[in-house]
Design a protein. Structure first.
Ligand code: DGL
Length: 275
């Protein structure tokens, strides 16, 4: 473990959050990061509100107990179903000085800034789409924008099993994109509202007109965190900066190391954790 350090915690149900971590490491390389993937209980995308909330809160408490002062929920499903309750109900009791941030708000800000037609699309897990978190957040910030959503339940398994460039994989990607576009022909901006989906970006683009903006969240979340740390010096000084990274998984270490290395394009060592 990172002794006497206060790494920034990055949590996902599994591997998807690594697409966010990748960009965080580019934008904020000097900080320590502690990544936790709840691979044993992934996917979260098909689970109920209560289950996702319970699992996410357990992970947050675990990361706090390991020294994190600030945690990024690098998972749309957890951000959609657990973030608000954790921020409003749990954090004041656990420690009002600690912070948990999500990935939906910064993505919505980007959507709003990019769309010209004011018609946008959201691709996500069943859980994220059903929660209506994107339409609600968009309505708050940009009430003039029309939103349509499409749940893509096959996409996370396609990524995790490396099947997305096969004809079977492409069938599902094409089908979901066509479904989304058929709901609103004026869409000019689409967010990949699941942290696994940036891996599919090139495949998704095959089925989109060139004029459509496709937003992956990693860079946006990284820039938004950098800005947050600038605006909150009291939190910035509490995040340790030794450039260290640690990886924890609730499932098999070997398969985590193998798959995570593919997501991050470098070899890494992970440790098993149960809580
Ligand atoms: N990475 C998660 C997200 O961003 C989805 C994966 C899962 O279903 O567990 O929603």
């Amino acid at each position: 473990m990172i002794d006497n350090k206060q790494p920034i915690g990055v949590f996902d149900s599994g591997y998807g959050g690594l697409t966010i971590l990748n960009e965080l490491l580019k934008e904020l390389p000097e900080y320590d990061f502690l990544y936790l993937g709840d691979n044993a209980r992934s996917p979260y995308g098909t689970r109920s509100y209560d289950v996702v909330y319970d699992y996410t809160l357990q992970a947050v408490e675990q990361l706090f107990s390991m020294g994190c002062e600030l945690i990024i929920l690098a998972c749309n499903t957890a951000s959609a179903k657990a973030l608000r309750t954790i921020q409003q109900k749990d954090l004041p009791k656990i420690d009002p000085n600690k912070r948990v941030l999500g990935v939906i708000r910064p993505s919505v800000e980007k959507l709003g800034a990019l769309t010209q037609t004011k018609h946008v699309g959201v691709l996500g897990t069943v859980g994220t789409v059903r929660s209506n978190s994107y339409p609600m957040e968009i309505e708050k910030l940009y009430p003039e924008i029309e939103v349509v959503q499409e749940a893509c339940p096959m996409w996370v398994p396609l990524v995790e099993n490396n099947e997305f460039t096969t004809s079977g994989g492409r069938y599902f990607i094409k089908k979901n994109i066509e479904n989304l576009l058929s709901k609103d022909s004026q869409i000019d901006t689409i967010v990949l509202g699941c942290t696994h989906y940036p891996i599919l970006k090139d495949e998704v683009k095959r089925y989109l007109p060139n004029s459509v903006n496709l937003i992956a969240q990693g860079e946006i979340v990284a820039k938004s965190l950098k800005d947050y740390l600038k605006r909150h010096p009291e939190m910035e000084v509490r995040c340790s900066k030794n450039g260290e990274r640690e990886f924890l998984t609730t499932e098999f270490v070997d398969s985590f190391e193998e798959k995570a290395s593919r997501f991050l394009n470098k070899n890494l060592k992970a440790q098993h954790i149960s809580y």
